[in-house]
Design a protein around this ligand. Sequence first.
Ligand code: ZN
Length: 411
Amino acid sequence: MSKTLIGPVSQILPMDNMSLNGPLKDSHLSIIKNGAILIENGHILTLGSYEDLKNENAKKIFIEQPTVALPGFIDAHTHICFAGNRAQDFAKRIEGKSYLEIQREGGGILHTVKETRYATQEELTNSLLLRLDQELLQGVTTVEIKSGYGLNVSEELKILKAIQRASNEHYITCIPTCLAAHLLPADFTNTKEYLAFLLKELLPIVSKKKLAKRVDIFIEQGAFSATESFSYLKAAKNMGFEITVHADQFHVGGSIVAAQVKACSADHLEATTELEMAQLLQAEVVPVILPGASLGLGIPFAPARKLLDFGLPLAIASDWNPGTAPMGKLLTQAALLATYEKLSAAEIFAGLTYRAAKALRLVDRGILAPSLRADIVFFPTADYRQILYYQGALLPWKSMIKGEFCCVNIC
Ligand SMILES: [Zn+2]
């Protein structure tokens, strides 16, 4: 296939040669001014100054407007394969009811389970494709998507197949995760029995049919205990799954388990203290924080600044789900997090690119560098600082996935 040269680009932020762990300043960003990117076979061949590359024997895509290019964003934690909505939960929440109270009154996750079980696989695929369009509009080029609204064998498989189908049909790469251990379904009375059931009846099929390589669990009061989660995750790991954990959202306990099983990531962490941070650091677990859930619930953000200052990496994801994070606007959420938690643009962009790739164990993206995937987002500005300044109102004019421009605002 022939080569393609894109440029001139006012600023290219490759996000390369930056630390995986700890705080970052904008002075750590390498910025290629008036740059160009040479692409072949969906991958980056080289990038550098437009002057140096403009005479390459390649198809030229000339950019006339001011533009900032970054690695495509990676939304490393979502629940966007679902049916229905939870507006009734929201109405109760703004009356002052808590998450657990709403759950006890028949709302919460089990309400979405009911609606998702009613939906066909095709309906789920179609609604998921529309949500992937929304992700793409914000510059997201890879999305992790959890099951977890089926909670039995056939329904969990239906969701995972819908994700697989959507991934095949959409530009965006979907990374599926089996979250059958989201909550105890009404069909079971005992969490231990349910987890044993999943290990015996569901996970072998998920593995055999290659529907997901990752397993997640919600460790929380009212969901699954730390002890039973540890046994479940250990067994899932022995079956060859990568592990991620919903940890420390309201109470601590989950991230310790994530560290014990050497999970890829521990996600949420709103309640995390230095004790848990030390364990995560030692076990090299990537914290993924979810500002959208804090905005949806009206609770403080996870301690992002402290996690970074403690020397941990920090990925930022939307947690887009029908209950606690219905907004699904990753860029807006990341920009708000920056203002509240005092994170630099470098820390935010790292959290949306190469640190998010690390959370998902993806080694072929998250950075713009030779031989990596040409997943690139282009913003209509000459100054990268404007991207967060506009709090998600400045959207990319184009995104590219595996070297192919995707239709966003202007086709
Ligand atoms: Zn979640």
